[in-house]
Design a binder for this molecule. Structure first.
Ligand SMILES: NC(=O)c1ccc[n+]([C@@H]2O[C@H](COP(=O)([O-])OP(=O)(O)OC[C@H]3O[C@@H](n4cnc5c(N)ncnc54)[C@H](O)[C@@H]3O)[C@@H](O)[C@H]2O)c1
Length: 341
C-alpha cells in the first residue's frame, strides 16, 4: 500500500488527539512531530512510537521524504507555517481558521503560496464529514426536502476555555462559530450575504477583558434568499450540544445530539435519556478520522478535498462581519465574490 509521509506541527489539545488517530491509519507514515514546547510531550510521543521530535517545524520541512504537513498549532501560527510548508512543496492539512486577522490579505497569501507551489491544502472543517451531518447534506442535495429555506444550527460547548488558550486560538467567533458559518454555507449550498449577530458574556463577564463573549445569537441570509439561525454558548451544563436542522419546501431534515447510549428510561413521572457526548474529541471522533483519510485519498488518488482554502476565507469573512455586527448592533453585508488568487 502506498503511504503518505507526513509531519505534524502542534501537539496541544487537538494535535495530540489527531496524532493518536493518525497512528491508526495505515496509509499514513508519521516522519516527525514539532511543537514549541516539545519537551512537554516528547515522552508521550516516544511512547506512541514517534522518534523524531523537534522544537522547530523547519526541521520537518527540510526532510525531502516528507510529503504532507498537518498543522494543528495555535491559530496565530497557521499563516506562517502554511506558507513555509507550501514553499517547501509539502501538501497541507490545516486547522481552521487560517488567521484571526480582520484583513483577509494575510489568509490570501496562504492560498497564493499553495497555488504557486502546486500543492493541495485541506482545511479541518471536520463537521462536514460527520456521519449525521453528511447524511443531511446528501439528502438536501438529493432533493428530499425540496428547496432549503431555513438552516438552524445549535452549537454549544460544555464549558469555558482558559483565557490564555482563547488568546492563542481566537474567541468564540473565530474558534467555535467558524465551524457553524462553514456548516451553514455548506448545507445551504449558497454564500452568506448578510449577518446579524448579538453576543454577550452571560457566563463569564471577565471575557470582556480579552474582547470575547460566551453567548451568541445569529441570523444569516444566503445569496439564494434562504436564512440561517445559529446559537452558541460556551457552557451547556448537560454536555456538548451539536444539532443541525434544514427546513425546506418539501420537509425537514434534523440531526439530534449523539449520546453514548440510545437507552431511554420511561418511568411513571419522567423519561430519562443519556446526556450528549461530553466534548468535541468524542462527539466528532469519526469525523476527525474521516477528514484525514479523505485528505490522504485526495493526495494519493487525486480525489476532491473536504474543504479548501476558499471555504475558510468565506467563513472568516462572516466571522469578521459578525464581529462588526455585534459592535454596531446592525446587520452587516458580507462580500460573496470569490477573491482572485
Ligand atoms: N477542528 C476542531 O474541531 C477544533 C477543535 C478545537 C480547536 N481547533 C483548532 O486547533 C488549533 C489548536 O487548538 P488547541 O486547542 O489544540 O490549542 P493548544 O494551545 O492546546 O495547542 C496548540 C499547540 O501548538 C503549539 N504551537 C504554537 N505555535 C507553534 C509553532 N510555531 N511551532 C510548533 N508548535 C507551535 C503550541 O505549543 C501548542 O502545544 C486552533 O487553530 C483551534 O482553532 C479545532
Amino acid at each position: 500500500m502506498k503511504k503518505l509521509n507526513c509531519g505534524v506541527v502542534g501537539v496541544g489539545r487537538v494535535g495530540m488527539m489527531h496524532i493518536k488517530n493518525l497512528l491508526n491509519i495505515p496509509s499514513i507514515n508519521i516522519l516527525g512531530v514539532s511543537d514549541l514546547f516539545i519537551e512537554n510531550v516528547e515522552d508521550e510521543l516516544n511512547m506512541l512510537g514517534i522518534e523524531h521530535c523537534y522544537k522547530d517545524y523547519q526541521e520537518l520541512l527540510c526532510n525531502e521524504e516528507l510529503e504532507a504537513l498537518f498543522i494543528f498549532s495555535s491559530t496565530d501560527s497557521h499563516e506562517k507555517i502554511a506558507i513555509d510548508a507550501a514553499k517547501a512543496k509539502k501538501h497541507i492539512f490545516c486547522e481552521k481558521p487560517l488567521s484571526m486577522d480582520t484583513n483577509e490579505e494575510s489568509s490570501l497569501k496562504v492560498l497564493r503560496a499553495v497555488k504557486e507551489n502546486n500543492v493541495k491544502m485541506q482545511i479541518a472543517f471536520n463537521r462536514r464529514v460527520d456521519r449525521q451531518f453528511r447524511k443531511i447534506y446528501q439528502d438536501v442535495r438529493d432533493g428530499k426536502i425540496g428547496d432549503p429555506q431555513i438552516i438552524k444550527i445549535t452549537s454549544r460547548d460544555p464549558d469555558l476555555l482558559p483565557h490564555e488558550l482563547i488568546k492563542r486560538i481566537g474567541g468564540l467567533l473565530f474558534d467555535f462559530t467558524m465551524h457553524d458559518f462553514d456548516m451553514a454555507r455548506y448545507m445551504a449550498g449558497s454564500n452568506i450575504k448578510e449577518v446579524y449577530a448579538r453576543g454577550n458574556t452571560l457566563i463569564d463577564p471577565t471575557l470582556k477583558d480579552i474582547n470575547d463573549i460566551d453567548t451568541l445569537a445569529i441570523v444569516l441570509e444566503f445569496e439564494n434568499g434562504s436564512f440561517g439561525l445559529i446559537d452558541n454558548s460556551r457552557r451547556a451544563v448537560y454536555g456538548y450540544d451539536q444539532r443541525v436542522e434544514v427546513f425546506g419546501s418539501k420537509g425537514m431534515l434534523k440531526a439530534e445530539n449523539v449520546s453514548d447510549s440510545t437507552v431511554e428510561l420511561y418511568g411513571e413521572q419522567s423519561l430519562e435519556m443519556e446526556n450528549p457526548l461530553p466534548i468535541f474529541m468524542e462527539r466528532y471522533h469519526q469525523a476527525y478520522d474521516t477528514e484525514v483519510r479523505l485528505f490522504v485519498e485526495a493526495i494519493l488518488n487525486n480525489q476532491p478535498l473536504v474543504a479548501t482554502g476558499m471555504d475558510v476565507i468565506m467563513a472568516q469573512r462572516v466571522a469578521v462581519a459578525a464581529q462588526k455586527s455585534i459592535a454596531t448592533g446592525k446587520p452587516v453585508a458580507v462580500d460573496t465574490t470569490y477573491p482572485k488568487i
